[in-house]
Structures are given as structure tokens and as C-alpha cells.
Ligand binder design. Structure first.
Ligand code: GLN
Length: 454
């Protein structure tokens, strides 16, 4: 714990940790020592972790990287972090992210962007987003592992950009209680780690039924680590033809083909599959996610949490709401609230929101059919490119940024587990990831297949 704390102090330039908690860390580390001395050693005993700023941690700043939550110190602990502390883990601090987890580059954060520890010459790169601080910290060895959350790719894309492992579990596997809500029907927490084994151990500790989240599933959590046999003989791996996008860089094509060859060598059968509604996933996501966000973010009113704008003479409650929200939310969050409010408004609800929900059902059906036909897992690239330069996309058309999520959002819309595994380097020497998508509640098999690709 001390070694990690001093590594964090020396790595301020990465802007990964935004609140450090050395006293808590040392107390937890001593408690872990005591547990070990008494012969008790739970799964994560003494393991120093970083926690994404989206998780409420009791008494510790939990800001979702937003100005609107400035000064907010929750009175309660999220279920996922509670589970981690019960398993003996140690909290080093809170990690940078995109504001309210909206973004793919960590550049919408009120703390400023996190930086990718990977570099090409002197070009500074994004660690991806929204769990950019988590990815940067794990890749730079500032913590043993970190929590992330994934609404449309925010664990898997930053994992791919920094050469680490990230798994988004099945919707309902981890409790959402105490995690600042973005799009509640899509949000899931998951581990970001250096190896698949670490991901298996940490996911086991994070998971489990929680009566405080009505969408948390009452399903037993298997011993994921015990399932890492490396034996995938007889498994069927699907390669979805719709993911072969026009203009896909040759190196991503090659990575994908190499990954498929590795799985075949390990005894899996590779089949081409079709997921015909894939092309509608991104537009459906960028209607549903902002719709839910606009509703979830209505609670930031200047009364209940964090920031309240200074009011002028004659300002009433409406001005307080307006000024607080105009000052407290960044540009991307405001854009999402406006899109969400628009697609939910009377007159547009059927044309946008309801249509997007129908598309979502079709996307889910595509996956159901493929799994029913005997496919065990689906292999795709994790991202359309390697990490891009900081500032390169931030001021461009927002849709260019949204295109980063083209391979990942389908998984959230269908509620499936998906994992990104480091799979090689591009021509510039930057990491690239492959994504495996699994059957509902099939994280154990998914981790085992990912283990073969490591
Ligand atoms: N990049 C996506 C978005 O901005 C995904 C975010 C996420 O998964 N939290 O909505």
C-alpha cells in the first residue's frame, strides 16, 4: 500500500487519481494484516485498488467528475465498494473519468483529462473514457486494479486503449446501488485489471444480489477463477459479419483474424454469424442513454447535492435551478440532457424514444438467436482504432467521438457480458484490444475464453 501511495504521488502528470485517501488506505491495510494474522484471508485481502469517482464512498469526495457535485461527500457506501472492502481490499483513492461517465476520452472531466501512460514520441494520448483514470492508473501500475463502469463501452474502450483487461458483466450481476446513475438500464460496474485472472477474482468480489437494487439479479456467483482452465475445446465462436465496417484499418482486421486463429488453435470452432440490426445500435444508444440521463440528472437542482450557484437580487427558485445547472454541468452533459429531454417530449416520444426501444429489442433478439443456434461467444475488435491524441477529437463533431462506441454499445443494449483483452500493438506500438461477448450470466466461460487470448 505504501509503495502504491508513493507511486501515485510521483505520477501526478497522469491526472488519474483525483482524490487520494492515504489514511483510509493505511487503516484498511493494517486491518488486512490483522485478518491475515488471524488466519482469515478473503479474496482481496490487502489488495490496493483505485475507485472510479462515480462510486459513492462514504465520507470521501464522490463527484462523478462534475462541478455540480463539488463538495459532495456521501453518507453511504456503494454496494460494490462495500463488497470490495468486505473482501479485504484497500482504497487508494478516487479515479478520474468523464463527467457523469459521458464521453470516450476522459476530456469532459471537471478535473481535466487523465493521460494515457502509453505515448508515441511526445504526443499525449487519451486513456479512453469514461473510465480513463481507472485505465491509466492500472496501466501505469498506480494500483493493483480499479473499478470501472460501462454504459456503452466505458470499461472496454479505455481497457483497449491502455493495454489492460476490462469486463462489463451481465446487466444485474453487480449492484448499481450507490453508483451515480447515468443510464440506469445500461449501467454496470466491472473490474479493470492487468490480467484475466485478476478480473475473475475481482469480479467475484464485486458481484452478488443486492435487495437495494431492484435490477440486481438473485443468481449465484460462481468461482470465476476456478473456471480459468484454458480449455475451450468444442466451443463455438461467432464472427459477426456486420462488425466488419467499411474503412476498417488493416491492422484491426489483422488483429481480429489473429485472435480468431488463436481460438481455433486452442480447439474452438469459428463460424461466421450475422447480427443484422448492428447498424442501428449506435443511434438507438444515443437516444436511450441521453433519455435516461436527462431523467437521472434532474436531481441536481442546487438543493440536495454539491454546488449551488450564487444568486442575484430577485432571483427565485427557478433561477437557482437554471444557474446551478448551467454552471454545474459541462458542455457534453448539457448536450445529453437536451437530447434526452427532446426525445422524451410529447410529440417526439414515439418517433425517437419508443422507436429506439424497439430497435433495442431487435438487437437483443439478434444475439438471442445466435446463442440459441449454439454460439458460445462472439469475437470482435474492441475499438475502431488505437488511442487517439488528446484534444484531437474533443472539439470535433460529437458524432465522431460517439463512433468510438460502435463495437461496444450493442452489448449494453442487450444486457450481455463483454470483455476487452489486450491483443497486440498497432504500427505505432500502441495497444489494441479484442472484445469477446458472452451469453447472459456466462462471465466464467467468457473469462476462460479471454484467458486463451492473453
Ligand atoms: N462513450 C459512451 C458515452 O459517452 C459510453 C459511456 C459509458 O459507457 N459510460 O455515452
Amino acid at each position: 500500500t505504501e509503495a502504491y501511495l508513493s507511486a501515485i504521488d510521483g505520477a501526478g502528470a497522469l491526472n488519474a487519481f483525483v482524490h487520494k485517501t492515504p489514511e483510509i488506505a493505511m487503516d484498511q491495510a493494517r486491518a488486512a494484516d490483522a485478518r491475515i494474522a488471524s488466519g482469515e484471508a478473503p479474496a482481496l485481502c490487502g489488495m490496493p485498488l483505485g475507485i472510479k469517482d462515480l462510486f459513492c464512498t462514504r465520507g470521501v469526495a464522490s463527484q462523478a467528475a462534475s462541478k455540480v457535485l463539488e463538495g459532495f461527500r456521501p453518507e453511504y457506501e456503494s454496494t460494490v465498494t462495500r463488497n470490495l472492502w468486505d473482501a479485504g481490499a484497500v482504497m487508494l483513492g478516487k479515479l478520474n473519468m468523464d463527467e457523469f461517465a459521458m464521453g470516450s476520452s476522459n476530456e469532459t472531466s471537471t478535473y481535466g483529462n487523465a493521460v494515457n501512460p502509453w505515448k508515441v514520441d511526445d504526443r499525449q494520448l487519451t486513456p479512453g473514457g469514461s473510465s480513463g483514470g481507472s485505465a491509466s492508473a492500472v496501466a501505469a501500475d498506480l494500483c493493483m486494479a480499479a473499478t470501472g463502469t460501462d454504459t456503452g463501452g466505458s470499461i472496454r474502450q479505455p481497457a483497449a486503449f491502455t493495454g489492460i483487461v476490462g469486463i462489463k458483466p451481465t446487466y444485474g450481476r453487480c449492484s448499481r446501488w450507490g453508483i451515480v446513475a447515468f443510464a440506469s438500464s445500461l449501467d454496470q460496474a466491472g473490474p479493470m485489471t492487468r490480467t484475466v485472472r485478476d478480473a475473475a477474482i475481482m469480479l467475484g468480489a464485486m458481484s452478488g444480489h443486492d435487495p437495494k437494487d431492484s435490477t440486481s439479479a438473485d443468481i449465484p456467483v460462481p468461482d470465476f477463477e476456478a473456471m480459468l482452465t484454458g480449455d475451450i475445446r468444442g466451443k463455438t465462436i461467432g464472427i459477426p459479419k456486420e462488425y466488419r465496417m467499411d474503412g476498417m484499418p488493416a491492422e484491426i482486421e489483422k488483429l481480429w483474424a489473429d485472435g480468431s486463429a488463436m481460438l481455433k488453435d486452442a480447439g474452438a470452432e469459428i463460424v461466421e454469424i450475422s447480427l443484422p440490426h448492428t447498424k442501428y445500435a449506435l443511434p438507438a444508444y444515443y437516444v436511450i442513454a441521453p433519455a435516461e440521463a436527462s431523467s437521472n440528472l434532474a436531481r441536481y437542482d442546487g438543493v440536495r447535492y454539491g454546488h449551488r450557484a450564487k444568486l442575484g437580487q430577485g432571483d427565485g427558485i427557478v433561477q437557482m435551478y437554471e444557474k446551478t445547472r448551467a454552471e454545474g454541468f459541462g458542455k457534453e452533459v448539457q448536450r445529453r440532457v437536451m437530447i434526452g429531454t427532446y426525445v422524451l417530449s410529447a410529440g417526439f416520444y414515439d418517433a425517437y424514444y419508443n422507436r429506439a426501444r424497439r430497435v433495442r429489442a431487435l438487437i437483443k433478439r439478434d444475439f438471442d438467436e445466435v446463442f440459441a443456434a449454439g454460439v458460445d461467444a462472439i469475437l470482435t475488435p474492441a475499438t475502431p482504432s488505437a488511442a487517439f491524441g488528446l484534444g484531437e477529437m474533443a472539439d470535433a463533431d460529437p458524432v465522431a467521438m460517439y463512433l468510438n462506441d460502435v463495437f461496444t454499445v450493442t452489448v449494453n443494449l442487450a444486457g450481455l457480458p463483454g470483455i476487452s483483452v489486450p491483443a497486440g500493438l498497432d504500427q505505432q506500438g500502441l495497444p489494441l484490444g479484442l472484445q469477446l461477448i458472452g451469453q447472459p450470466w456466462g462471465e466464467g466461460d467468457l473469462l476462460n475464453t479471454a484467458h486463451v487470448l492473453e
